[in-house]
Design a protein around this ligand. Structure first.
Ligand SMILES: Cc1cc2nc3c(=O)[nH]c(=O)nc-3n(C[C@H](O)[C@H](O)[C@H](O)COP(=O)(O)OP(=O)(O)OC[C@H]3O[C@@H](n4cnc5c(N)ncnc54)[C@H](O)[C@@H]3O)c2cc1C
Ligand code: SF4
Length: 557
């Protein structure tokens, strides 16, 4: 297999990932080339079967970056047609009560005036159309599996994965080699915990001066609801229950009224939890089941039908955890770097802006005749002088405060900190990575999760079914174990193998056979959330790209 000849194509810029970051970068490069009266060739690869197929987000979108990218977006038909009309935050002391948080106590940064409740996947589909209209070569169904380096060690593009390789690594009759997409500059926009981005961070030691990165897992369901219960543009957030109020497990939820009598409902579970018996999926189902008794939710969902399900990791370390952004020939953008603003629970506008700033750095270099392969530190200086930096600076203590003080005191701190626009003269840090927080299973309380009721709460397999996830089964497993013995020999006795519970798609099982335990990986169910790569306590699981088009096929998620 190693001697396979790959077809090679040359571009000025290759972009990995068709999310808001990658697509905005692609559009911006083309706009700048056009303004300069020249041509820059850009290629964007997306592992989903189409642009948007792997995008999962709330989403309330702040249009600030879009206003800059396409000032005329309204007339151009961007799918931001559902302005936020009602914006409410509740504190849940338990599974049955709720307390409305007065507006005065809600940090201004989290207000949603001027924002839109929409489908980020559909916004990406629209951005994809704009990119193609501007001349970008958009290749959906192609997963970037490898970074290419030139003789000087600079990045010179990527290789897409081979298709038609069997489980045993040999070529099948359907074998088609991947392509080498060579470029002067390569932008990595794979989203949270990008597979190639992670390699670059390690190889170039990009976090040597950064704080520790932290993550959450976000669940989302789309529901068709009774039109009588629908309030277009209504946005509801909660904090508190089912998480703990003073530490251990932090959760927050959202319910957004979209268009066409749909709502998006989800729970975000911080991955710094310490009890290995926690199942984020079951916390979400418990939230669904119990939360229906809250009038503000029961009156919305009852009588409705769940139409889609998915989950995705969220990068939440903010400014302090950002890595160095530039390497020779390459830049990290969007959630691949970690530009999400967790105070706002928003990363789409920050991803877009980071992509646009990177596009400016790359275009300026190319227009000045750069042969490629340079370390474009201009991206860092553009970021340092942008509203994006100021926004993330103001938000820098939010998540760290929740980790430090718990949900209730942390929220109080965030309120005071935001009142002072993030100007308190210190920056918190939480140096313990999320994979290192688990305590031994026998030192923690087992959790007896209620059975799903099949009406508002559901099991994993029927949920994964609604994500339309599909992978060619006869291919090398894309969930690689550095040491195959660790799940049973280390993780099972010590942590009751938490992969069985943190995976939102039931991929990992411990199967008892003839008195022995076996670790089973149902890779075809994987929804590409990346939680296993983040939370495995032994850091033994590496998520790599499967064949292109494999994974979920999300509709308007
Ligand atoms: C549950 C949840 C709720 C959220 N709510 C909101 C919200 O209300 N508002 C908001 O602004 N933000 C929200 N966010 C965050 C927001 O979705 C992200 O910050 C944003 O999508 C990041 O954009 P991105 O382009 O960096 O990455 P992504 O949107 O993750 O896009 C990355 C793309 O790259 C592709 N890709 C990855 N690796 C490869 C590869 N090797 N080869 C080819 N393609 C690849 C992926 O398939 C994907 O399409 C939410 C996130 C979650 C999970
Ligand atoms: S296998 Fe990993 S990436 Fe896939 S769904 Fe499960 S936790 Fe997420």
């Amino acid at each position: 297999m190693s001697e396979i000849e790959r077809e090679s194509m040359e571009f000025d810029v290759v972009i990995v990932g068709g999310g808001p970051a990658g697509l905005s970068a692609a559009c911006r490069v083309m706009q700048l080339a056009e303004a300069a009266g020249t041509e820059i060739s850009v290629c964007l690869v997306e592992k989903g079967s189409e642009i948007g197929a792997h995008i999962l987000s709330g989403a309330v979108v702040e249009p600030r970056a879009l206003n800059e990218l396409f000032p005329d977006w309204e007339n151009m038909g961007a799918p931001l047609t559902n302005p936020v009309t009602v914006d409410e935050v509740f504190y849940l002391p338990n599974g049955t009560n709720h307390i409305r948080t007065p507006n005065l106590l809600i940090p201004k940064a989290t207000h949603n005036d001027g924002n839109y409740a929409t489908s980020l996947a559909n916004l990406c589909r629209w951005l994809g159309e704009q990119a193609e209209a501007l001349g970008v070569n958009v290749f959906p169904g192609f997963a970037a599996s490898e970074v290419l380096y030139d003789d000087n060690g600079a990045i010179c593009g990527i290789a897409t994965g081979d298709m038609g390789v069997g489980l045993d690594g040999t070529a099948k009759s359907t074998f088609a080699p991947g392509y080498e997409l060579r470029a002067k500059y390569t932008l990595f926009a794979e989203g949270c915990r990008g597979h190639l981005g992670k390699q670059l961070i390690e190889k170039f030691n990009l976090t040597q001066n950064s704080g520790t990165q932290h993550y959450a897992i976000g669940f989302k369901e789309l529901w068709d609801i009774d039109p009588a219960n629908h309030v277009p543009g209504k946005v509801v957030h909660t904090m508190g229950w089912p998480g703990n109020h003073f530490g251990g497990l932090f959760t927050g939820s959202y319910l957004y009224h979209l268009e066409n009598n749909q709502v998006s409902v989800g729970l975000i579970v911080d991955l710094s939890y310490s009890n290995p018996h926690v199942s984020p999926f079951d916390e979400y189902q418990r939230y669904n089941q119990r939360y229906k008794h809250h009038p503000l939710i029961s009156q919305v969902l009852t009588g409705g039908k769940r139409v889609s399900y998915g989950a995705r990791a969220i990068v939440k370390g903010g400014l302090a955890a950002l890595p160095e952004l530039a390497v020779p020939g390459g830049l990290l953008i969007g959630d691949d770097a970690g530009f999400l603003n967790m105070t706002k629970i928003k990363g789409s506008h920050t991803a877009m802006k980071s992509g646009m700033l990177a596009a400016e750095a790359v275009s300026e270099a190319l227009l000045a005749g750069s042969p490629g392969g340079e370390t474009l530190s201009t991206f860092q200086s553009k970021f340092d002088n942008s509203w994006l930096h100021e926004e993330l600076r103001q938000a820098r203590n939010s998540q760290q405060a929740i980790h430090k003080f718990g949900a209730v005191m942390g929220a109080g701190f965030i309120w005071a900190d935001q009142l002072l626009k993030g100007n308190l003269p210190f920056t918190f840090s939480d140096p313990t990575p999320d994979h290192a927080t688990l305590k031994p299973a026998d030192a923690c309380k087992k959790i007896d999760y209620p059975k799903p009721d099949g009406k508002l709460s559901f099991d994993k397999l029927s949920s994964v079914f609604l994500s339309n996830t599909n992978h060619e089964e006869d291919q090398p497993c894309h969930l690689q174990l550095k040491d195959p013995s660790i799940p049973i020999d280390v993780n099972l006795p010590k942590y009751d193998e938490p992969a069985q519970r943190y995976c939102p798609a039931g991929v990992y099982e411990v199967v008892e056979e003839n008195g022995t335990s076996r670790f089973q990986i149902n890779a075809q169910n994987c929804v590409h959330c990346k939680t296993c790569d983040i939370k495995d306590p032994s850091q033994n699981i590496t998520w790599v790209v499967p064949e292109g088009t494999g994974g979920p096929n999300y509709p308007n998620m």
